[in-house]
Design a protein around this ligand. Sequence first.
Ligand code: HEC
Length: 169
Amino acid sequence: MRGLFVLLVLISLLTACTQSKSGEQALQNQIDSLKAELDNAYKPGFGDFMGSIQTRHSKLWFAGANENWELAEFEMHEMEEIIEDIRAVYPDREETQSLPIIEPSLETVNNAIKQRDAEAFKKGYLTLTNACNTCHQATKVEFIKIKIPTIPSYSNQDFKKLVNNDRIE
Ligand code: HEC
């Protein structure tokens, strides 16, 4: 009788063990398939992120040149968000390791904007533009040369700052 009891306990322990093993396997399979789905999900390429940075860099210039500090702040914020996105999407890419190159100049431009200082903004912007190119050299795309823009890429945006909440008539 006691032998049978021990046997029953052993059997039930064994099935519990194999059941949890197969449960574990099912979970692992689910994790693997989710991972595969994530790997195949659409992700902007490094170059796509750079194209967005290029837009922000250009708009930032016209905002600052017009002393439209609110817009300049906005464009800086957008650019910094894209940089964070690159870090999140491509944490292991070699190019991502060079991102700190741009950080001191972002800080300089942010300070100029905070102080509403047009001269400091222009100097900071030049430093920022040089940092873009320094990183392009570091990441072996030195043929992508960034410069201070001369005309806005978009003609449908007014970069002048709002005066008395003026509206387009
Ligand atoms: C981490 C270093 C790094 C920094 C900082 C950086 N870039 Fe890039 N950039 C790259 C790399 C790498 C590529 C090539 C991407 C690819 O392989 O598609 C690139 C490509 C580009 C391109 C070409 C994409 C296109 O659409 O033609 C532009 C434009 C560009 N960067 C603009 C900028 C601007 C403007 C800045 C500064 C505000 C900047 N980049 C800062 C690394 C950097």
